[in-house]
Design a protein. Structure first.
Length: 268
């Protein structure tokens, strides 16, 4: 019975990973969420699917990750096939800022937003990998997947004039290096590690405010500099479906790479 653990599983891509993976009754699926009591959609889904296990876990807290791994081990007998580290933190106050706006007089703010992003994207990735490592080593698939972003690609940043969202992009770039390092270290154990970009995904739930619509149009204008025929963001359903195909094909030759949901360098 294949087993999967997904961090950041309460909404967006994480929830959709849970949805698609749990639709196969032969899969054992573990949803790691910061606050299970507020994960209403996930609770409803889990009520109808017995192969979903909801575990409280804040990935920025290493001891919670250790406890989560122990909870998974109790169900699986000490194994895990695939770990998908999807959790991320985006400080909305920093998204629209340009690098030149992180001036010395805003040092405290700079540390705050970067530490927040580092806590889930980088530290969380290290701690999650190591917390579940022995389970992965005992599993059949032996796969560790970290959700990155195409906007960590410096060529794409330059092509699209994408100068803002610095903490997000910088920490995703650090994540890609981390993935390569883990892949090299764990190669001898048959463990495969991958950084995958989910594409440009529409994860906004419910109706969009006019300012959100305007932001999407502005992004589309920028992204079309790299892909002129781009029509807009894709759905979480399509993104996860494509990502799962890539993950299914993950082998030793792919380990350590940073690729898209298409399995190549097409970030859209």
């Amino acid at each position: 019975m294949p087993s999967y653990a997904i961090t950041g599983a309460s909404r967006g891509l994480g929830h959709e990973f849970i949805n698609q993976l749990s639709s196969d009754e032969s899969n054992e699926v573990f949803a790691l969420v910061r606050n299970p009591s507020t994960a209403t959609k996930l609770q409803i889904l889990a009520a109808s699917r017995k192969n979903i296990h909801i575990i409280k876990c804040d990935v920025s807290e290493p001891l919670e990750l250790v406890a989560a791994a122990m909870s998974v081990a109790e169900v699986t007998g000490g194994t895990l096939d695939v770990l998908i580290h999807n959790a991320a933190s985006i400080n909305m106050a920093s998204v629209g800022l340009y690098p030149s706006e992180y001036t010395p007089d805003k040092a405290d703010f700079t540390r705050e937003v970067f530490n927040e992003a580092m806590g889930t994207t980088v530290y969380g990735a290290i701690w999650a990998t190591n917390a579940f490592l022995s389970l992965i080593e005992n599993g059949q698939e032996k796969k560790i997947v970290h959700i990155s972003s195409g906007m960590a690609d410096t060529d794409l940043i330059v092509k699209t004039d994408f100068a803002h969202a610095l903490p997000l992009c910088a920490t995703k770039a650090a994540l890609n290096v981390l993935v390569a390092k883990f892949a090299v270290e764990l190669r001898g154990k048959g463990i495969k590690v991958l950084a995958i970009s989910p594409g440009w995904v529409d994860t906004i739930e419910g109706s969009k405010l006019p300012r959100m619509e305007a932001a999407i149009r502005a992004l589309l204008d920028q992204f079309q500099k790299a892909k002129p025929d781009l029509q807009g963001p894709i759905s979480p359903q399509d993104s996860v479906r494509l990502q799962l195909k890539v993950i299914a094909n993950l082998d030793e030759k792919m380990s350590g790479k940073f690729i898209s949901h298409h399995g190549d360098q097409n970030w859209f």
